[in-house]
Design a binder for this molecule. Structure first.
Ligand code: NIG
Ligand code: FE
Length: 412
């Protein structure tokens, strides 16, 4: 199957195959070609360049992109797409003044979602999740990481991971699965957190790894959840079983989670709303991708990760949605990109880099998606007719997507 996009006003995010991520000053560069063509052959980007070099060969489908732009689909490296029911009651509690922690203390929060996941069948959970995945694809997401962590029992964690496995099998987009048994301490272990950590290490991780149900391991390293010591123990167990770390750190407190992540060679450390100087310094010497989640900051009214500061310090940065029922009930990467510009002072170039190639790196998919590169999967956004790509973050709360292509096939 051959698809030719021609007369593209501007083709965005052109990279060679050696670019794994961009950091520091380079984040402010977004390589483009104006008046371009792009040829898709057999699911991948086969060729692209200026229109004057457009090949004159028979194709199955021509897309006239006059006035429009083409860019790689968004890479959302942090989501909790698998969940049951909603938590809009807590939303109202929050408006009325309760904090995230106070809601959790009165039985809301992660434990509320865990109850709902425990009481639902796998097929119903799959159905609810598939709807959300289709929705985010329509919003331009073309690669996604999905976590467990609302099961909190062996059976329910496996149920969540099995749902992710089925999504991987039935969807066109690359999906990575993360085991997040250490998302919260379940009710049964309320007075025995060490027992739950042991259960994760001794029973859950070996089984999950053996069944090949996860690519990564995650921990919510935070006061009231899991300590740095718990985190180190769990990540080491994950490593032993071939699961690289991607962890929740510094959402509310800086307690050493970033340092633990770097020490354990985490692929990413995510949230980072509260960052001390030493948290930034330790990342400078690492290959760990910092990931900011502006949707969560917006929804919980908590600080935004200091993205500007991190990039100015020379770090890379990725952006993700954190799509989940408690702290970010939205999987809209277009909003995330806008919020990063408005609230974190990223330039449009930095935000687009953070939401594509750097997001791909943060889930180990940079060889496959995240840029316009020959041989990469042809997961593409065709924008509406727009004056410049700055219009993408500028038009916040809206999106500029006319069509989404997965493997070169129009899906939206
Ligand atoms: O990434 N911070 C921990 N976990 C999720 C929120 C989970 C929830 O409230 O249901 C997050 O924000
Ligand atoms: Fe999260």
């Amino acid at each position: 199957m051959k698809v030719l996009f021609k007369n593209i006003k501007e083709l965005l995010q052109i990279r060679d195959e050696n670019t794994r991520f961009v950091s520091g000053k380079a984040m402010n560069e977004l390589p483009t070609i104006k008046d371009a063509f792009l040829l898709v052959k057999n699911d991948v980007i086969y060729d692209f360049g200026p229109m004057k070099d457009c090949p004159d060969e028979a194709v199955d489908h021509v897309v006239d992109a006059t006035g429009k732009m083409v860019l790689p689909t968004w890479c959302d490296s942090h989501t909790h797409l698998v969940y049951a029911g909603q938590r809009e009651g807590e939303f109202v509690d929050k408006i009325n003044g309760l904090s995230y922690q106070e809601i959790a203390e009165k039985g809301g929060g992660i434990l509320n979602s865990a109850k709902q996941v425990q009481n639902i069948s796998e097929s119903e959970l799959y159905k609810q999740t598939k709807t959300r995945l289709d929705e985010v694809i329509a919003l331009g997401t073309g690669a996604v990481e999905i976590k467990s962590g609302y099961g909190l029992t062996l059976e329910s964690e496996l149920k969540m991971l099995s749902v992710i496995k089925r999504l991987k099998e039935n969807h066109q987009i690359p999906i990575k699965a993360t085991f997040l048994g250490a998302h919260a301490v379940p009710e049964e272990y309320k007075n025995n957190k060490a027992g739950y950590v042991d259960h994760i290490i001794k029973e859950m991780i070996p089984l999950v790894a053996e069944a090949k149900l996860a690519d990564f391991v995650d921990v919510f390293c935070e006061k009231g959840y899991f300590t740095v010591e718990d985190t180190n123990r769990i990540l080491e167990a994950g490593k032993l079983h071939g699961l690289q770390a991607k962890i929740h750190v510094n959402q509310f407190n800086s307690i050493g989670g970033v340092q633990a992540g770097v020490k354990q060679k985490a692929l990413s450390v995510d949230h980072l709303e509260v960052m001390k100087y030493e948290d930034i310094v330790v990342l400078e010497k690492s290959k760990t991708m910092p990931v900011a989640l502006p949707g969560c900051s917006f929804f919980l009214s908590i600080p935004f990760a200091p993205g500007r500061k991190m990039i100015d310090a020379g770090l890379p940065l990725a952006l993700a949605t954190d799509y989940n029922p408690g702290s970010s009930p939205s999987g809209n990467m277009n909003f995330v990109v806008s919020a990063a510009c408005v609230k974190m002072k990223l330039t449009p170039e930095e935000a687009i880099n953070a939401a594509t190639i750097n997001g791909a790196y943060a889930m180990g998919l940079e060889h496959k998606v995240g840029s316009i590169t020959k041989g990469k999967q042809a997961n593409l956004i065709l924008t509406k007719a727009i004056s410049s790509y700055h219009f993408i973050p500028y038009s916040f709360g809206n999106h500029q997507i006319e069509r989404v292509y997965l493997n070169g096939v129009e899906v939206v």
